[in-house]
Design a protein around this ligand. Structure first.
Ligand SMILES: Cc1cc2nc3c(=O)[nH]c(=O)nc-3n(C[C@H](O)[C@H](O)[C@H](O)COP(=O)(O)O)c2cc1C
Length: 308
């Protein structure tokens, strides 16, 4: 069965990508899964410099999901290039680097630095992290900001640029459209939903940061709807994510219009999930006598109600 898909100039062997922030810098999972067998690995969001992130508690379990407020802890781009990228390169992983900045210039500089090294396949612009005060989501919740960050990144690289959209907006399709106009090669969606949870005995938020981002199966139907809306709005490829735990979930996103998917929270529950997803996709193609997985992208059947 042919599971290969295309994201602009990127040819991936299959549509399964490890989601940023849920798979470390990839190399931590090398004993668990052959990194080269994944469609790609999106590494933890990187700033120009190292960051400690927020104090704990930073993760709590919620019904059918989790809340996190990590605050983009990370080693920074230079240490990543020195200490992690060589191993990723040797593993044969297709590496997507997720970047975050507080200014447009920072995004541009990060993009330029990463374009000059060997082993980076694409840049994912995190303009959607709900857990930091400055930058990131400020751009992602603003049409002009989204446009300008994408344009600046495109100026700085020959690599595919993939802005990652936030679901914390009223009309996500308009953000996909603006990203496309600014030259994005694809869009990825969704990042986490701004949320909170309170301990009623102490009357304190369960997260030190008070609010955090909701992920996992709880958000999946909303994420699928958003992928569907964006698919109607743009012609660049869409990378869908939000609560994927089974091959059926992958197929749901693809039928709604995603060319590829990312799997995040499910890694914390079952790091061996990839094999199960791969087998499930092959079984589906066999059962439905479809030769190429990519033929199901955006094939949602819709019975349009007759106009009254
Ligand atoms: C602990 C944690 C850390 C995350 N860190 C990042 C990050 O650094 N950059 C980013 O773009 N998204 C980050 N995300 C968002 C995920 O990549 C993904 O968009 C979101 O969790 C929805 O997918 P899921 O339900 O499969 O987890 C993080 C999510 C979690 C749970």
């Amino acid at each position: 069965m042919d599971l290969s898909i295309e994201i602009g100039s990127l040819n991936l062997e299959n549509p399964l990508i490890a989601a940023s922030g849920c798979f470390g810098y990839g190399v931590e999972y090398a004993d668990v899964v052959d990194l080269a067998s994944l469609g790609a690995v999106a590494v933890k969001g990187l700033f120009l410099t190292e960051r400690l992130g927020h104090p704990p508690p930073r993760i709590i379990e919620t019904p059918a999901g989790m809340l996190n407020a990590i605050g983009l802890q990370g080693v920074g781009v230079h240490r990543f290039i020195r200490e992690y990228l060589p191993q990723l390169r040797d593993s044969g992983a297709v590496t997507i680097v997720n970047i975050c900045g507080t200014t447009i210039e920072e995004y541009e500089e990060l993009t330029r630095i990463l374009s000059d090294v060997e082993g980076v396949a694409a840049i994912e612009l995190n303009i959607s992290c709900p857990n930091i005060k400055a930058g990131g989501i400020t751009f992602g919740c603003n049409l002009a900001g989204t446009h300008d960050v994408v344009q600046a990144a495109k100026r700085a690289t020959h690599l595919p640029v993939i802005p990652k959209l936030t679901p914390n907006v009223t009309d996500i399709a308009s953000f996909a459209r603006v990203a496309e106009e600014a030259g994005a090669d694809a869009v990825s969606l969704v990042n986490t939903f701004l949320a909170m949870s309170i301990d009623v005995e102490t009357r304190r938020s369960k997260l030190a940061n008070i609010v955090g981002g909701l992920s996992g199966p709880a958000i999946r139907p909303i994420a699928v709807r958003m992928v569907y809306e964006c698919h109607q709005a743009v012609s660049i490829p869409i990378i869908g994510m939000g609560g994927i735990t089974t091959a059926n979930d992958v197929l749901e996103f693809m039928i709604a219009g995603a060319s590829a998917v990312q799997v995040g929270t499910a890694n914390f529950v079952d790091p061996y999930i990839w094999k199960k997803l791969m087998v499930g996709l092959n079984d589906y193609l066999e059962k439905h006598k479809i030769k190429r997985l990519r033929d199901i992208i955006g094939t949602l059947e819709v019975d349009l109600a007759e106009e009254a």
